[in-house]
Design a protein around this ligand. Structure first.
Ligand code: FMN
Length: 198
């Protein structure tokens, strides 16, 4: 029987960034609320809990948000998913600046909880930092106090992602790439490289 550790490890392995989804499979607000609920249990610097989420799932808002996002910086000849492969939901993580201008690492902890939760539900995500902040705020009519920090694109996966070990050499590339069958490969540094020798 799998231990809790095996289960968590497997979920982390599955929890890859996806950028092509099945646009015909919708995601409802109840699912998005379930994902946001997970963030309540994340650690929070000073326990301030300053992050809030704008749920995006209706067709009109999906179309409004998409052009504000930048996909896959290393794929210079790809402008992001075609209409049939676009995400069917987004969570826009915002810092409620009434609590201050800093959220320490709360944002990352919560993003990971969301993507793990989505993966457990059979969904996949793309965490997006490259977006037009002003446009996102305007298009979603966010209050001035809500500062978007990340957009999480969510959908049912429609591509193959291959996790692979980077070779241990100095000049090994960390850049993800697509092969001739359009599979997305993600190189990860080997464990030995992450542990500082005594
Ligand atoms: C802080 C952060 C910002 C990111 N911003 C973007 C982004 O703007 N656009 C994008 O397509 N992917 C973005 N990604 C996804 C990364 O490219 C992806 O995590 C990386 O290639 C490793 O793949 P993996 O998530 O499958 O391990 C971001 C990821 C993180 C953690």
């Amino acid at each position: 029987m799998d231990t809790a550790f095996d289960f968590l490890r497997n979920l982390l392995v599955q929890d890859r960034t996806f950028r092509r989804f099945d646009a015909s499979r919708k995601i409802d607000d109840t699912t998005l609320q379930q994902l946001v609920e997970l963030t309540r249990y994340c650690a929070s610097g000073r326990n301030l809990q300053p992050l809030k989420y704008r749920l995006v799932s209706d067709e009109h808002e999906l179309d409004l948000l998409f052009p504000t996002l930048k996909w896959a910086g290393y794929y210079s000849d790809w402008d992001g998913p075609e209409p049939a492969e676009r995400p069917t939901a987004y969570l826009v993580q915002c810092l409620d600046t009434r609590y201050g201008e800093n959220c320490l690492c709360d944002d990352g902890l919560q993003l990971q909880a969301i993507t793990l939760g989505a993966t457990a539900l059979g969904l996949r995500c793309c965490i997006i930092k490259s977006f037009n902040l002003k446009e996102v705020s305007q298009r979603l009519q966010l209050l001035e106090s809500m500062k978007p920090r990340y957009v999480v694109a969510i959908g049912y996966p429609a591509e193959e992602v291959v996790l692979e070990d980077m070779d241990g050499s100095e000049d090994a590339s960390f850049k993800y790439y697509r092969d001739d069958q359009s599979r997305h490969h993600v190189p990860k540094r080997p464990l030995e490289e992450l542990i500082i020798k005594r």
